[in-house]
Design a protein around this ligand. Structure first.
Ligand code: SAM
Ligand code: DTB
Ligand code: SF4
Length: 330
């Protein structure tokens, strides 16, 4: 039997969404929200393909920022032992293994307030070049950077720089006090000026209101162009952080956040990020249905767990979606 023909509306890229409009989307009956998100997603990504992104923490723990959710902050008492910073070769060994397991993007994290020049930055550049030579997209997340550092990362072939807004401008001061929302926006502008793709999203489950969620999405959707990738994280409440006692996010809230991100930013990659380990397969399938077209792939995120590769292969098969396969030109 042939599939039911659907007439899909033309995709409009808007940057003028209001917080109220976005909040009404978040509040739609779930079935109606999913229907709208599906219509957008089927048009933007007709093959329903999902990007697999592997993540590795190159420099772990001891960070000067006081992000309330983060086990790597020196202000928090989480048990993140100061692992030695990884060198270029072991990182590239991990990158090759991730590629061989099917990853399309390799993301590397540094627990820094900002990028430091010198040997660690030279190593970062070598890692970026190495990942690109392996035929994968390369993404770095390492805090704030200068224009010159952004240019050098672009010259090394960096595909994307991850720097999240994390939460709404209104809720921000309750989560981080050592770096402002404005500084985050300035870092993102430097990334854009250097011609690097922007990976920028946030976290739900940190005590924010629905209006805060709408406000975070409003700032993202107002960017022109939209961030090329938008990670949607559910808080992983880690012991020793001020947010350790937060109740876990209702999976359907995550589905709603993904769906609205998809409607607002039709062409962006919406990545279902932290928080998947405690989601059922059914909830994850709903997130894929709502428009998530990327997941973190591999047993760990930075310091916390992620579903293992076999579970994710089962998830993709159960949902009937296919991962990106082809190598990315260096
Ligand atoms: N230090 C860099 C920075 O903050 O830009 C890069 C690493 S930082 C760990 C990257 C992002 O991971 C954060 O901005 C936050 O959105 C997310 N993240 C960190 N800890 C998390 C947690 N416990 N639960 C959910 N997301 C988290
Ligand atoms: C993002 O938005 N989420 C990833 C990635 N970008 C760097 C990190 C999630 C970290 C979760 C907590 C941890 O493993 O330390
Ligand atoms: Fe540092 Fe990034 Fe963690 Fe904030 S989220 S404490 S900046 S590693």
């Amino acid at each position: 039997m042939s599939p039911i023909p659907l007439t899909l509306p033309a995709l409009a890229l808007r940057h003028d969404w209001s917080v109220a409009e976005i909040q009404s989307l978040l509040e739609l009956p779930l079935v109606d929200l999913l229907w709208q998100a599906q219509a957008v997603h089927r048009q933007a990504n007709p093959g329903y393909r999902v990007q697999l992104a592997s993540l590795l923490s190159v420099k772990t723990g001891g960070c000067e920022e006081d992000c309330a959710y983060c086990p790597q902050s020196m202000h928090n008492s989480s048990d993140v032992t100061g692992r030695p910073e990884l060198e270029v070769e072991p990182v590239l060994v991990r990158a090759r293994a991730a590629r061989d397991a099917g990853a399309h993007r390799f993301c590397m994290g540094w627990a820094w307030r900002d990028i430091r020049d010198g040997a660690p930055f030279d190593a970062m550049l070598a890692m970026v070049r190495g990942v690109r030579e392996l035929g994968m997209e390369a993404c770095v997340t390492a805090g704030m950077l200068t224009d010159r550092q952004a240019e050098r990362l672009a010259e090394a072939g960096l595909t994307s720089y991850n720097h999240n807004l994390d939460t709404s401008p209104e809720h921000y001061d309750r989560i981080i006090t050592t770096r402002t929302f404005q500084e985050r926006l300035e870092t993102l502008q430097r990334v854009r000026r250097a011609g690097i793709s922007m990976c920028c999203g946030g976290i739900i489950g940190m005590g924010e209101t629905l209006t805060d969620r709408a406000s975070l999405l409003q700032v993202l959707a107002a960017m022109n162009p939209h961030p090329e990738s938008v990670p949607i994280n559910a808080l992983v409440a880690v012991e020793g952080t001020p947010l350790e006692g937060q109740p876990s996010v209702d999976p359907l809230e995550l589905v709603r956040m993904v769906a609205v991100a998809r409607i607002l930013m039709p062409q962006s990659r919406v990545r279902l990020s932290a928080g998947r380990e405690t989601l059922s397969q059914e909830a994850q399938v709903l997130c894929l249905l709502a428009g998530a077209d990327s997941i973190f792939y591999g047993d760990t995120l930075l310091t916390t767990g992620n579903p293992d590769v076999a579970a994710d292969q089962e998830l993709l098969a159960a949902a009937g979606v296919t991962p990106w396969r082809e190598a990315v030109p260096a």
